[in-house]
Design a protein. Structure first.
Length: 152
């Protein structure tokens, strides 16, 4: 998977934007009534065995070798923000798979909408044209405010 993604980016001359998921295990906790926090047993198993970090490492390694830039973007609200108008509202996310914007009415698959937001954040915070630094570097994009995709 990582090889095909990097090859596609290299052929098209584009960068790869990924969610910056560092610290996801620490952020994915639920509060107990006694004030402590923990995860459900099933969720701990899923997070502990999820290879997101390994996939990102493979992508970054192969991208470096191919001269493809990787941009890490802030994942906050990518699934709640409309990729068409920028409206950010938790009610935009109707279900795990359905996104419908309360502002403009856009309806699409929620994962596709979030992917379009990640792409936009990666492009806005680190434009492909005239970018600084070496083309094969991994860039951590500057924080984009909640719901802001840098649209003018």
């Amino acid at each position: 998977m990582s090889r095909r993604l990097v090859e596609s980016a290299a052929v098209s001359g584009k960068a790869i934007a990924l969610e910056d998921l560092s610290g996801i295990r620490e952020r994915a906790s639920v509060m107990h009534r006694d004030g402590g926090s923990s995860l459900r047993r099933e969720m701990r198993f899923e997070l502990g065995n999820w290879g997101f970090d390994q996939l990102r490492n493979f992508i970054e390694y192969k991208a470096r070798r191919a001269g493809v830039r990787v941009v890490a973007v802030d994942p906050r609200n990518t699934s709640r923000t409309c990729s068409a108008c920028g409206c950010c509202d938790k009610h935009n996310r109707k279900s795990q798979c359905k996104f419908q914007c309360l502002e403009c009415g856009l309806m699409m698959n929620a994962d596709l909408n979030a992917a379009l937001n990640i792409k936009a954040r990666g492009n806005v915070t680190c434009p492909i044209d005239g970018e600084a630094g070496s083309p094969a570097s991994t860039v951590k994009a500057s924080r984009v405010p909640f719901g802001c995709l840098g649209r003018g």
